[in-house]
Write a protein that binds this ligand. Structure first.
Ligand SMILES: Nc1ncnc2c1ncn2[C@@H]1O[C@H](COP(=O)(O)OP(=O)(O)OP(=O)(O)O)[C@@H](O)[C@H]1O
Ligand SMILES: [Mg+2]
Length: 267
């Protein structure tokens, strides 16, 4: 459904993504793991059409949501096409009420009747948001704000949901609650791309895993085969972008051979 092929993204002259390829399927949680600076947030910004706001530019490769070319579609149309992003650091509108934050998420895409229905489903998924619906969002705890940020993204009824480190800075119990909700969202048929540094949490709910290092995929495979992976252990221990890929183990995840940083040549 979402296909990224040999994507190259720069900030000025510095490459942040150097030929990354992955696919994200409906009904599945695809986890993107990697150290600080690996390029995870850059990928999500590129897919949501917001990379230019951060001074970045896609200079090679492709990113398609079905037939739609995401690299040439403005951010608001990408949302309308069914892709929503929960950005790093959960940014809610602190002065607005919880309910108004949620309604803001559905504004551009929903008729009023649809919005009421989706709002009902979001409040069912996160009952604490119903309890706090009239409170200012700024008064919520970090975990509750993350739930609100996810709920707001869900208000546009996305077919693809991008999540950037939803567990960051959140108490473990609440992080697990959020992970369970993310799994439920995928189980309704949404294609979820989950960026996480909390490997254990991500592996607990993911179907497919990509380990990213230095702006490219270092390894990929089903989540079950990652749990015990020496390669992943090395990557999460801070191998950095200069580290050579680990030698292949008999079972997957399969290491990916390095790709050239330039876009694919048309034959
Ligand atoms: N707005 C920006 N301008 C210039 N360089 C940037 C910008 N944002 C990120 N970078 C650089 O691009 C590279 C990839 O950063 P990115 O934020 O995508 O990594 P990340 O995997 O999300 O890291 P983290 O785990 O710390 O969130 C890093 O070298 C980073 O310093
Ligand atoms: Mg990041």
């Amino acid at each position: 459904m979402l296909n990224v092929e040999s994507l190259v993204v720069r900030y000025g002259t510095a490459h942040a993504l150097s030929g990354i390829s992955l696919t994200v399927e409906p009904g599945r949680v695809t986890a993107l793991l990697g150290n600080n600076g690996a390029g995870k947030t850059t990928l999500l910004r590129t897919l949501s059409g917001t990379i230019a706001l951060h001074g970045g530019l896609a200079v090679g490769g492709s990113a398609q949501l079905e037939v739609r070319d995401l690299l040439r579609t403005p951010a608001d149309r990408i949302v309308r096409a069914g892709l929503a992003q929960v950005p790093e650091g959960r940014r809610v509108f602190a002065q607005l009420s919880v309910e108004d934050n949620l309604r803001a998420g559905g504004l551009s895409v929903k008729s009023r009747r649809d919005a009421e229905q989706v709002l009902g489903r979001v409040l069912e998924m996160f009952p604490i948001l119903r309890e706090r619906s009239r409170q200012s969002a700024g008064l919520l705890s970090g975990g509750e704000q993350q739930m609100l940020a996810i709920g707001r993204a869900l208000m546009s009824s996305p077919r693809v949901l991008l999540l950037d480190e939803p567990s960051l800075g959140i108490a473990p119990l609440v992080a697990r609650e959020i992970a369970t909700a993310v799994r439920q969202i995928a189980d309704t048929g949404v294609a979820v791309l989950l960026v996480e540094q909390n490997t254990r949490l991500a592996l607990g709910i993911a179907d497919q895993v990509y380990a990213v290092d230095g702006g490219a995929v270092a390894a990929q495979g089903p989540a079950s085969e990652f749990a015990d992976s020496e390669l992943l252990r090395r990557l999460s221990l801070g191998g950095g972008s200069g580290g050579a890929p680990a030698s292949p183990r008999p079972a997957s995840p399969r290491p990916v051979s390095p790709r050239p940083a330039s876009p694919r040549k048309e034959q």
